[in-house]
Design a protein around this ligand. Structure first.
Ligand SMILES: Nc1ncnc2c1ncn2[C@@H]1O[C@H](COP(=O)(O)OP(=O)(O)OP(=O)(O)O)[C@@H](O)[C@H]1O
Length: 747
C-alpha cells in the first residue's frame, strides 16, 4: 500500500523534501525556510560578509527541495587541482562559462593529445545563471560545472558524428538538440544516432545487447513509478519471462548538458551502480541500454534495475509511520548503514544519502540507490590504499548535506575562508545521522544544515551545551558514554541515550570529530541493533536474460549462453521485406512446430555467425506505426528505436517477487585507466556528473500493497532472504492525498 490510492493513474510529483518541510513547518511552528534570507542578515557577522548578504526577501525558488551541484571540484590528497574559487568567483564563471568541448573542432583535436597538465585543463564551468529557458522546476538548481573532461583517446568516435555539432551548449544557435523537445520543456532529446553504451563501458562490463527492445517490453500500464531530477522510472518486463518485472531508469539529458557529457555522466553512474550490485542492501543495476521513443518516453539511455516497491521517503510520510516501533526504525537505519559501509568498502562515496534514495523491496529489505553523484573517493580509484580525495563545491540534498558542504552553496553567500575541501565520507556519515533523526522524529530536524537555519542553530547550541555541561568527552574517539537525554529536543524521540549518542555523533556539525563508519560499526548500541535481514545475505535479484542483440544492420545475434533455452523455441527466417533499400533485410523468426522442436530441441547456436532472429514484436509494431514525417528518415536501428513502442496487450501476468539467487561476492572496483580516460574520468576519479534537480515521487498506484507481500516474505523465509521480524512495508497511510503537499510539490 502506498501513499496514494491504488487506482490513481496519474503519476504524482514527489512531495519530497518540500513535503517534509511543510510538515516541519506545521510541527515545529516555525517560519518556512523560504523566509530564511533575512536570517543571513541577522546571523553572526563573523560568518556572513555584509557585502554578500542576501537581500531581504530575495526571490527563492518555490521548490525548497533541490540539489546544488555548483562548482564541485576535487582535491587529490595534498595536491590541489586548481586554486579555490569563491562563490563569487564561481558566479563569475557562471557568467562567463564556457564548455570545455568547445569549439567542436578544437575538442576533437584535444581528444587526440594527452594534456601536459590534465588538472589545469579542468576548469570550473557552471550554467547556473545563464540558462535561457529554464523550466520552473529547475530554477532552484545549480548546474554542474563542466570540468574534468580530460584526455580521451577514445573520443575519436566523436569525429564527424552528427552530435559534435551539438556540443556547444553555450551557443544555442548551434545546439540543435536544444530545439528537440518532446513537448516537455525540461527534457532535451539526444541527437541521433544514440551512442552505443558499450563505447562507454569498461571491457568487463560490455553488454551483449544494448537495445532495450531486444529483450524487454514496457509494462502495459506504462506508468511512471518515480522520477528524479534527470530521470523517470518505469516498469519493464522481460520478453521471455513476463512475470519478471524490472525498473527502467530512463535518463534524461538536461539543459546545458552536452550529449557527450550526458553519456559520460550516465555511464559513470552505471559503472558505479553496477559495481556495487552485489549486496543485498544495494539496488541491483543490470544493464545500460538504448531506450526507444515511446508514447511517454523519449529516446535515450536507461538502466534496467531491480524494481523497488517504494522509497523510504514515501514510508516516512505516511501517517502510520509515527506508530512504527523504534526497533523497526533502527532496523531500517542499520540496513542503510550496511549499504553505506559496503559502498565505502568498495571505494565509493554515495554523497547523496536521503530517504528518497533508499528503496524497499517486496520483502521489506532496504536498498540504496541513485549513484548519480557518487564518486570514487580514493585519489587512485584502483588503489584503495591511496589517500582520500577531498571534494570542493556544493553537492547533495539539504538537510542531509553537512555544514562544511553547505558553505559552498552560492546562495548562502558564505565567506570564502569557510569553503574548504571536505571529506566525502564524512558527508555520508552526516547524512546517516540526519536520516536517523528523521526516522525517529518523523520529520527532518532542520531544513538546511547551516546557521542560516534557526533550527540548525538551535541544534548547534544544544550540541555545545551538552558537551560543555554534560559530557565533555562526547566527541572523543571510543567514548560510548550516554548521549543527550530527553531535555534536548532532538534527543527526546530516541528514548535511549545510546541511540541519541549515535545520531548526534554521526550528525556532528564538526567533520573532524564526526563519527566515521568504522566508529559507527564499533558503537555498542549500533552493534547490538537487530535487523530483519542477514547482513551477510548476498542473494540479489536475478539478472534478466539477454537473448537477442540487434546488430547494426538490423538483424539479431543470439546469445550463446541463453539461446538454447527451451523457452526460446522459434526458428528464424529472413524477411522478404527490407526496411530500406540500402539496408540489409531484417531477420525475423517464425514459431517452430512441435514436430520441429521434437526433432531438434536445441537451436543451433553459432555465436560467430549472425543468427537470424525474430524481429521483435514491438519493433515490428513500431515499424508499422511510423508517422509520415519520421518515415522519411533513413531507417537505422536507432531510428527504429526512436519510434513509439506500443505496449503489449498480452501482458497481464500478476506481479511476482523477483527470484533472488545471486551469490556473487562484492569485488573491489577495477577500472582500467584507459577506460577511465574514455569516460572522461581522471586518475583522481573525478568527473562532472553532478546534475540534480527536482524529484518526483511515484504514483502510489504503481506500487503494490503490502498485504500480499507478507505472505511473499514468509514463503521466501526458507531461502533465508529475510527474517520475518519486521515487515517494514506495513505502515498505514491515512493522509495519502494531502493536497497541500502535492500541489506545492508540483508547482
Ligand atoms: N529501481 C527502482 N524501483 C522503483 N522505484 C525507483 C527505482 N529507482 C528509482 N525509483 C524511484 O524514482 C525516484 C527517483 O530515482 P533516482 O533517485 O534514482 O533518480 P534521480 O534523478 O537521481 O533523483 P534525484 O534527483 O531525487 O536524486 C526514487 O526516489 C524512487 O522513488
Amino acid at each position: 500500500m502506498t501513499s496514494g490510492s491504488k487506482g490513481d493513474k496519474l503519476p504524482s510529483r514527489s512531495p519530497s523534501m518540500t513535503a517534509l518541510k511543510m510538515l516541519g513547518k506545521k510541527l515545529m511552528g516555525s517560519s518556512s525556510h523560504v523566509d530564511n534570507a533575512h536570517i543571513l542578515d541577522t546571523a553572526g557577522s563573523n560568518t556572513i560578509t555584509p557585502s554578500r548578504r542576501a537581500p531581504a526577501g530575495r526571490n527563492r525558488s518555490p521548490s525548497l527541495y533541490r540539489k546544488n551541484h555548483l562548482g564541485v571540484r576535487e582535491h587529490h590528497g595534498a595536491i590541489a587541482v586548481e586554486s579555490v574559487e569563491s562563490s563569487s568567483q564561481i558566479n563569475d564563471l557562471i557568467a562567463h562559462s564556457h564548455n570545455p568541448f568547445l569549439p567542436a573542432a578544437t575538442n576533437t583535436i584535444d581528444q587526440q593529445r594527452a594534456p601536459l597538465h590534465p588538472e589545469r585543463e579542468r576548469t570550473v564551468h557552471t550554467h547556473h545563471a545563464q540558462t535561457p529557458k529554464r523550466s520552473q522546476s529547475f530554477i532552484s538548481h545549480n548546474w554542474p560545472e563542466e570540468k574534468n573532461i580530460v584526455y580521451n583517446p577514445y573520443g575519436l568516435n566523436d569525429i564527424g558524428r552528427a552530435d559534435t555539432a551539438f556540443i556547444d551548449t553555450t551557443n544555442k544557435k548551434d545546439d540543435l538538440s536544444f530545439y528537440l523537445h518532446d513537448g516537455d520543456a525540461k527534457i532535451r532529446m539526444l541527437p541521433l544516432p544514440i551512442k552505443d553504451p558499450n563505447e562507454y563501458l569498461p571491457e568487463n562490463m560490455k553488454q551483449f545487447s544494448v537495445h532495450l527492445a531486444d529483450n524487454f517490453i514496457f509494462d502495459p500500464d506504462n506508468q511512471t513509478i518515480g522520477s528524479g531530477g534527470s530521470c523517470e522510472v518505469r516498469k519493464v518486463r522481460s520478453v521471455y519471462r513476463q512475470k519478471e518485472i524490472y525498473a527502467l531508469k530512463k535518463l534524461n539529458m538536461i539543459y546545458e548538458e552536452t550529449p557527450e557529457k550526458f553519456y559520460k555522466r550516465c555511464s559513470k553512474e552505471f559503472i558505479i551502480a553496477k559495481t556495487l550490485s552485489h549486496n543485498i542492501h544495494i539496488t541491483s543495476t543490470f544493464f545500460l541500454l538504448k531506450v526507444p521513443t515511446t508514447t511517454y518516453t523519449t529516446r535515450g539511455w536507461g538502466f534496467v534495475m531491480e524494481l523497488g516497491v517504494f522509497d523510504l521517503f514515501q514510508l516516512i510520510e505516511r501517517s502510520g509511520w509515527r506508530n512504527v516501533p523504534l526497533p523497526e526504525k533502527y532496523c531500517i537505519f542499520k540496513q542503510i548503514a550496511e549499504a553505506v559501509k559496503f559502498c565505502h568498502d568498495n571505494g565509493i562515496a554515495h554523497r547523496d544519502l536521503k530517504p528518497e534514495n533508499v528503496l524497499l523491496s517486496r520483502t521489506g529489505v532496504c536498498k540504496l540507490t541513485d549513484f548519480g553523484i557518487s564518486d570514487w573517493y580514493h585519489t587512485d580509484p584502483n588503489d584503495f590504499s591511496s589517500p582520500i580525495k577531498v571534494t570542493e563545491g556544493m553537492i547533495g540534498s539539504p538537510p542531509y548535506t553537512p555544514p562544511e558542504v553547505m558553505y559552498w552553496d552560492a546562495k548562502k553567500h558564505y565567506p570564502e575562508r569557510l569553503q574548504k575541501p571536505y571529506n566525502p565520507l564524512k558527508m555520508d556519515t552526516y547524512a546517516l545521522g540526519i536520516i536517523l533523526f528523521t526516522l525517529v522524529n518523523n520529520i527532518i530536524p532542520f531544513i538546511d544544515s547551516c546557521n542560516t537555519d534557526p533550527r540548525f542553530r538551535d541544534y548547534e547550541n544544544s550540541y555545545s551545551n551538552f558537551i560543555n555541561h554534560k559530557n565533555p568527552h562526547f566527541r572523543e574517539k571510543g567514548c560510548h558514554k550516554p548521549g543527550p537525554g530527553s531535555e534536548y529536543k532532538l534527543a527526546k524521540g530516541f528514548k535511549s541515550t545510546d541511540a541519541s549518542r549515535v545520531a548526534w555523533r554521526l550528525a556532528d556539525p564538526n567533520p573532524e570529530t564526526r563519527y566515521t563508519m568504522e566508529e559507527l560499526f564499533e558503537d555498542p548500541w549500533f552493534m547490538a541493533l537487530e535487523t530483519c535481514v542477514d547482513p551477510c545475505e548476498t542473494n540479489i535479484v536475478k539478472e534478466p536474460q539477454l537473448k537477442r542483440s540487434t546488430t547494426n544492420d538490423g538483424g539479431f545475434y543470439l546469445n550463446e549462453a541463453d539461446g538454447s533455452k527451451d523457452d526460446f523455441d522459434e526458428q528464424t527466417i529472413i524477411s522478404q521485406e527490407q526496411p530500406h533499400p540500402t539496408q540489409p533485410p531484417l531477420y525475423i523468426k517464425k514459431a517452430r512446430s512441435m514436430l520441429e522442436i521434437a526433432e531438434s530441441p536445441n537451436i543451433p547456436n553459432d555465436k560467430t555467425k549472425k543468427t537470424s532472429l525474430p524481429k521483435l514484436p514491438n519493433v515490428e509494431k513500431t515499424l508499422s506505426t511510423l508517422n509520415e514525417n519520421e518515415s522519411e528518415q533513413e531507417e537505422t536501428v536507432d531510428s527504429i528505436l526512436d519510434k513509439p513502442t506500443p505496449t503489449d496487450s498480452l501482458l497481464d501476468s500478476p506481479i511476482t517477487t523477483p527470484v533472488l539467487n545471486n551469490d556473487t561476492k562484492p569485488k573491489p572496483i577495477e577500472l582500467p585507466t584507459k577506460e577511465m580516460s574514455k569516460l572522461g574520468i581522471s586518475r583522481n576519479g573525478s568527473i562532472n556528473s553532478n546534475i540534480r534537480m527536482v524529484r518526483e515521487i511515484p504514483s502510489s498506484s504503481s506500487l503494490s500493497g503490502s498485504s500480499s507481500l507478507r505472505s511473499v516474505e514468509l514463503t521466501n523465509g526458507a531461502t533465508g532472504k529475510k527474517r520475518p521480524i519486521h515487515h517494514h512495508l506495513d505502515v498505514q497511510s491515512t493522509i495519502s492525498h494531502a493536497p497541500s503537499m502535492r500541489s506545492l510539490a508540483s508547482r
